[in-house]
Design a protein around this ligand. Structure first.
Ligand SMILES: O=C[C@H](O)COP(=O)(O)O
Length: 270
């Protein structure tokens, strides 16, 4: 753990790239290699700023082989997991399989899972628990749609999702948890929430976690912002006190751009 410039608490910044349904297993190898080379050239210190990628399931074995074979300090994770451990759940992926592939993280409740796949908070709470059961760190995604933002109830709405999805966790689990605030209206649209918006929500999330799990746990939980993060807007967002990193979609498909975002956080955390 290193001390981030985001406050006096020790939270290792995390820059995460969600590839979504992009990159086949061959493209995944090329992208991972390019990212590793670029960060190595820049002498990136992975202990100070952690870097993780979230490839499609079909890429994970290839990424694992490359990371293990070349001893790369990159973390990786799945984009979803089943709330069940095994059985007749066609198309689902168990957290046990992800753990076996060396995943450190798993996304839970990305807005595309909530909207396209209709995942409810009840299901997501079960998925968060399944992640912990298999030794994976859930990156729980929460955030409001445009109508909610326009109605001015975005904080209440997002904290409602958070409360429902972390129900039943222990303080120890809350400490390990990563929460990504992703306003749906800013995802893939080019509309980025201002640094002040990101800070407002992350501060509200931290204070809600403090109420639920105590201040020590809340001060350890890493909070990310996601939604149209690019190399040209990352620095201002990453400078906010309660923002411990970013969850990057489109810009993580370009190794050079994603590496630039990592370097902004490295400078902020220096
Ligand atoms: O998981 C990533 C978010 O959905 C953000 O995606 P984006 O950077 O393409 O807007």
């Amino acid at each position: 753990m290193t001390t981030s410039a985001n406050g006096s608490f020790e939270r290792t910044p995390l820059i995460a790239g969600n590839w979504k349904m992009n990159m086949d297993h061959l493209q995944a190898i090329t992208l991972t290699q390019k990212l590793a080379w670029t960060l190595d050239d820049a002498k990136h210190d992975f202990a100070r700023v952690e870097v993780a990628v979230f490839p499609p399931f079909t890429d994970l074995r290839g990424v694992q082989t490359l990371v293990a074979g070349d001893d790369l300090p990159l973390a990786y994770g799945g984009q979803d997991l089943s709330q069940f451990d095994s059985g007749a759940y066609t198309g689902d992926i168990s957290g046990a399989f992800l753990a076996k592939l060396g995943c450190r993280y798993v996304l839970v409740g990305h807005s595309e899972r909530r909207t396209v796949h209709g995942e409810t908070d009840e299901v997501l709470a079960a998925k968060v628990k399944a992640a912990f059961r298999h030794g994976l760190v859930p990156v729980l995604c929460v955030g409001e749609g445009l109508e909610v933002r326009q109605a001015g109830t975005h904080v209440e709405h997002t904290l409602g999702q958070l409360r429902a999805d972390v129900e039943g966790l222990t303080a120890e689990q809350a400490t390990a948890l990563v929460v990504a605030y992703e306003p749906v209206w800013a995802i893939g649209t080019g509309e980025v929430a201002g640094p002040g918006d990101a800070q407002e929500m992350c501060a509200a999330i931290r204070s809600e976690l403090a109420e639920l799990f105590g201040a020590d746990a809340a001060n350890a939980t890493r909070l990310l912002y996601g939604g149209s993060v690019k190399a040209n807007n990352a620095a201002a967002i990453l400078a906010e006190k309660d923002v411990d990193g970013v969850l990057v979609g489109g810009a993580s498909l370009d190794a050079a751009e994603f590496a630039s975002i990592v370097r902004f956080e490295s400078h902020t955390a220096a």
